[in-house]
Write a protein that binds this ligand. Structure first.
Ligand SMILES: NC(=O)c1ccc[n+]([C@@H]2O[C@H](COP(=O)([O-])OP(=O)(O)OC[C@H]3O[C@@H](n4cnc5c(N)ncnc54)[C@H](OP(=O)(O)O)[C@@H]3O)[C@@H](O)[C@H]2O)c1
Length: 168
């Protein structure tokens, strides 16, 4: 099963601030929903806190070190390996070919070397942040798709949906 990560990343690498997204991009939220729907989604406890409730139509797998943590409607695990194994099981049962790692920074860093594909929304503006996407080793990735967009929401933003596949 392919291990994919999905993230929206500002020009300066910011992905979050105060446990929220730094921007308002409804088009990207629809894209995120379309790409992740039906698949197991793996996230860190802080990202789950920012969502407040499980995302419907997807098996929500949350990684934490807290053995007492058990919010309703999610599968709790205590390591990345346990998350990947559980997602693999769910995928096998449901005939899926891809699992999605949805953040945040700590989990992207942990999972980067295991990922086969990256779905990156490139936001062409810098934002204040306290969470960052790890720097990519350009020798490892090749762009297989790119789609440019413009949002007329406030502030207006140029962004692209980029898909990168691992080459080594
Ligand atoms: N732009 C985007 O696409 C995007 C996507 C997702 C999130 N975000 C943003 O990213 C920020 C959150 O990122 P973050 O790095 O602060 O937090 P995070 O990665 O979402 O979650 C961190 C938590 O995961 C658990 N964890 C981390 N490593 C672990 C390990 N090795 N074993 C077991 N548990 C482990 C810990 O939970 P416990 O403390 O409970 O032990 C840790 O506090 C927010 O601002 C959010 O809005 C942005």
């Amino acid at each position: 099963m392919r291990i994919a990560m999905i993230a929206a990343v500002a020009e300066n690498g910011a992905i979050g601030i105060d446990n929220k997204l730094p921007w308002y991009l409804p088009g990207d939220l629809r894209y995120f929903k379309a790409v992740t729907m039906g698949k197991p989604i793996i996230m860190g406890r802080k990202t789950f806190d920012s969502l407040r409730k499980p995302l419907p139509g997807r098996t929500n797998i949350v990684i934490t070190r807290d053995s007492n943590y058990q919010p309703e409607g999610v599968k709790v695990v205590h390591s990345l390996d346990a998350a990947l194994s559980l997602a693999e099981e769910v995928g096998l049962i449901n005939g899926l070919d891809e699992m999605m790692i949805i953040g945040g920074e700590q989990i992207y860093r942990l999972a980067m070397e295991r990922a086969d594909r990256l779905y990156l929304t490139r936001v062409y503006q810098s934002f204040e942040g306290d969470a960052w996407f790890p720097e990519l080793d350009q020798t490892c990735w090749s762009e297989s798709q790119r789609e440019d967009h413009f949002s007329e929401d406030e502030p207006p933003l140029k962004y692209s949906y980029q898909v990168l596949d691992r080459v080594q």
